[in-house]
Design a binder for this molecule. Structure first.
Ligand code: GLY
Ligand code: MN
Ligand code: MN
Length: 441
């Protein structure tokens, strides 16, 4: 499976070190395993910031990046080699592996964390640490800092604490060609999974059977797995935005909404498609689908440097509301309807989010604090308008009850426009109906 080369991580650390002020250091922990029930744990996946800077895949580790002073460079604190534990839970890189395989300038066994950090932080002036995210680790850092500050040395540790997001999130937001190669692989694998699911669905099948096919494809192609829990929803279930029970039964005449994406070397894909369970859309389904598709296509056209996520969302709200007026779902002047938030009954979510190491990736949107952040080449965002007509909502017109539609693509901002990374998954009505007819034989 495609993986970023070690040189990518070296380059990231060099760029971060260049941005740290004199006396600056960044401390990034990753979490430990989380108990699922009794003796079983959730599958471990490193924290994105930690993995982005180190490429180190094990739990419970800490990374200290020091710009200057004593022992500058990258320190990794890792679980030590332990033959007995490794027999149960798998091989560890240990201190030697942290240096040899991940380029750590200094590596320490985890049990030495408090003592070594107290020493290493003594001559740090500005410490970057993400507060409010790792509660127990934060408390541990407080204890360590208190040890530094009550010490007898002349240097009493950091005078300034900063959020690493100001440096790290902005770096994560702009993708390099190497990262884009990984994201393209994720898009290709996810496209294969979506197309397989679109072909496989049949009346009477359970949603989880299609979920299994999607996730089987992710793993068969070497992805880590899903980037977020897969949504596989038939009919009215598609109106639940984060539906993950996936235990309903598909019926002819309904639509199937799948929102699923693979994670490849820590990068997320995020695709939604809505397909007929039978051979074709019904009249009302097609009318609503064409509205969403037209809105999505026009929103994608608007993606270019200088545009903004918020501007595109505002365009979508007006465009979608015009569509709802044409469908006879809303009545009145579209601009007034949007101002009165009447669209929210059928389109309650936003249109876009950043995409990268996390599905809802880091990076500011400047939604409330103007001016809206302009898009820049190298950013990847989703474009995902939808219409949802829950059967049990009295505001839903009879003809549309039980129809939920979302169409979501991942879009790269290029120097002069955009590129749709997930274009290989069909979305035109004719393409979807041809695919379904062929699959049904
Ligand atoms: N799959 C989550 C989202 O589309 O935002
Ligand atoms: Mn999304
Ligand atoms: Mn999605």
């Amino acid at each position: 499976m495609l993986q970023l080369p070690a040189s990518t991580y070296v380059d990231r650390r060099r760029r971060l070190l260049e941005q740290l002020p004199p006396g600056g250091a960044m401390l990034l922990p990753t979490h430990g395993e989380v108990t699922r029930s009794n003796t079983t744990a959730f599958p471990f996946r490193p924290h994105s910031d930690f993995y982005y800077v180190s490429g180190f895949p094990e739990p419970d580790a800490w990374l200290l990046l020091k710009r200057d002073g004593e022992e500058p460079g990258m320190h990794l604190f890792v679980l030590p080699r332990d033959r007995e534990r490794e027999t149960w839970t798998g091989r560890r890189y240990g201190v030697d592996g942290a240096k040899e395989c991940f380029g750590a300038d200094h590596a320490w066994p985890l049990p030495e964390l408090d003592e070594q950090l107290a020493r290493l932080l003594a001559d740090v002036d500005v410490l970057y640490f993400s507060f409010g995210r790792h509660t127990r680790k934060e408390a541990r850092l407080h204890r360590i800092l208190s040890k530094v500050r009550t010490g007898r040395k002349a240097e009493l540790g950091p005078t300034t604490l900063c959020d690493p997001e100001s440096l790290l999130a902005e770096m994560r937001l702009i993708k390099t060609p190497e990262e884009l190669a990984v994201m393209r692989t994720g898009a290709e694998i996810s496209a294969e999974a979506h197309i397989a699911a679109m072909r496989a669905v049949r009346h009477g099948m359970h949603e989880y059977e299609i979920q299994a096919l999607v996730e089987y494809t992710f793993r068969r192609r070497g992805a880590w797995g899903w980037a977020y829990p897969s949504i596989v929803a038939g009919g009215d279930n598609a109106c639940i935005l984060h539906y993950v029970r996936n235990d309903g039964v598909f019926r002819d005449g309904e639509l199937m909404l799948i929102d699923a994406g693979a994670e490849v070397d820590g990068y997320a894909t995020d695709i939604t498609r809505t397909t007929p369970v039978g051979a074709a859309f019904s009249g009302a389904q097609r009318d609503a689908y064409e509205v969403v598709l037209g809105v999505q296509r026009r929103a994608i056209e608007a993606v270019r440097p200088g545009a903004s996520i918020n501007g595109i969302h505002e365009q979508v709200l007006l465009d979608l509301t015009r569509g709802m007026v044409d469908l006879g779902v809303l009545h009145g002047d579209p601009e007034e309807l949007v101002a009165d938030k009447k669209h929210e009954a059928f389109y309650p979510h936003r249109t876009s989010h950043w995409l990268g190491c996390d599905v809802h990736d880091v990076g500011r949107y400047n939604l409330r604090t103007g001016p809206h952040k302009p898009l820049e080449a190298g950013q990847v965002l989703t474009v995902e308008p939808g219409l949802y007509f829950p059967a049990d909502d009295e505001r839903t017109p009879e003809a549309f009850k039980g129809i939920g539609i979302r169409i979501e693509d991942d879009v790269l901002v290029t120097g002069d426009g955009h590129e749709v990374l997930t274009a290989a998954v069909p979305k035109a009505v004719e393409e979807l109906e041809a695919l379904r007819r062929e699959a049904l034989g």
